[in-house]
Design a protein around this ligand. Structure first.
Ligand code: 8YV
Length: 305
């Protein structure tokens, strides 16, 4: 249903009779016509599946999603109608964590800015500003789940001091727990977001949190744009009340606020967290395993609870 790769769609169409909702100029009108024939929906983590789409598919049995985050799927409707949902957890942990570290280093060491400086022929013409060290600095992690733990493991290699905030302390880890997100932000030099999206974290990184992170702090977001109060982020960055940001995700992708584009010190990426050939292949394989399993037995390999 969502914007998945050509190779993925070809593989899907070679195995199952498919209807390409994403190709339709008016998806809702198309669904009114064909919705009753549809039993399974394959979608992406970012496209998800709205209550409106589900309403137009009365015989829907399962939603098989390509992505770990399922915040774009209306889970209340799915539960109420006993529509099964699967996602693609774990296979992308390493690549998302790698990118979080990459964003942190790129931001601190001004890598993207330096690249533009060289390309524009300014090297030798004017000085390039100094960056900041990451080794030994303080890293706060919001959401020490599977991806957050992979971030922590990598950051330990940079001798970073690591603390985290979850709803509850995680008894399986020795990293310091901070019960207050504002206090975690006040302590941290870098605040990395690896929590889930959706209503439970909507706007959690609010003005107060970003002010606590402060002019010496940098926000790294590889989670969901919805976790951050984006207008406040823009304002605090403009005023220098927040030091920096490196963002892979935005509130209304693919739209990025023009004000962010005007700040050269920021690092902005087009939602690349899981975007490596290897991880996308693993995610695709897991989607097909879920699909085959559901068609065969009505069960899924990685169901969403
Ligand atoms: C994908 C993601 O880019 O897994 C997720 O939740 O956001 C990403 O891995 C997306 O699902 C692919 O469209």
């Amino acid at each position: 249903m969502g914007a998945l790769s050509g190779a993925f769609n070809d593989r899907l169409a070679s195995l199952y009779p498919t209807l390409a909702l994403w190709k339709q100029a008016d998806p809702q009108a198309f669904l009114q016509e064909v919705g009753a024939q549809v039993e399974l929906i394959v979608t992406s983590g970012t496209y998800g599946c709205s209550a409106e789409v589900m309403a137009a598919v009365p015989n829907l049995k399962a939603i098989i999603s390509f992505g770990v985050g399922y915040d774009a799927i209306d889970m209340d409707t799915a539960r109420a109608r006993n529509i099964r949902v699967s996602n693609t957890p774990d296979v992308l942990n390493d690549c998302v964590a790698d990118l979080a570290l990459g964003l942190m280093i790129a931001s601190a060491r001004r890598i993207a800015e330096g690249d533009r400086f060289v390309r524009s022929g300014l090297w030798g013409q004017q000085p390039f500003p100094l960056g900041s060290r990451i080794t030994g600095k303080r890293l706060g992690i919001l959401g020490l789940g599977r991806i957050g733990k992979c971030v922590a493991k990598r950051a330990a290699g940079f001798d970073m001091d690591i603390r985290y905030h979850n709803r509850r302390p995680d008894p399986t880890t020795d990293y310091g727990y901070e019960a207050s997100l504002v206090e975690l932000a006040r302590w941290a030099d870098y605040l990395v977001l690896t929590c889930v999206g959706g209503p439970s974290t909507q706007g959690l990184v609010n003005r107060e949190v970003m002010e606590a992170l402060g002019p010496g702090g940098t926000l790294i977001n590889v989670a969901r744009g919805s976790v951050v109060d984006q207008p406040a982020l823009v304002e605090l960055l403009q005023d220098g009340r927040l030091g920096g940001a490196a963002l892979d995700v935005f509130a209304e992708e693919p739209r990025v606020p023009a004000a962010l584009l005007d700040m050269p010190q920021l690092v902005l990426l087009p939602h690349l967290g899981s975007g490596t050939a290897e991880t996308r292949q693993d995610m695709a394989d897991l989607v097909f395993e879920n699909l085959a399993s559901f068609v065969r037995s009505g069960t899924m390999v990685t169901p969403v609870g």
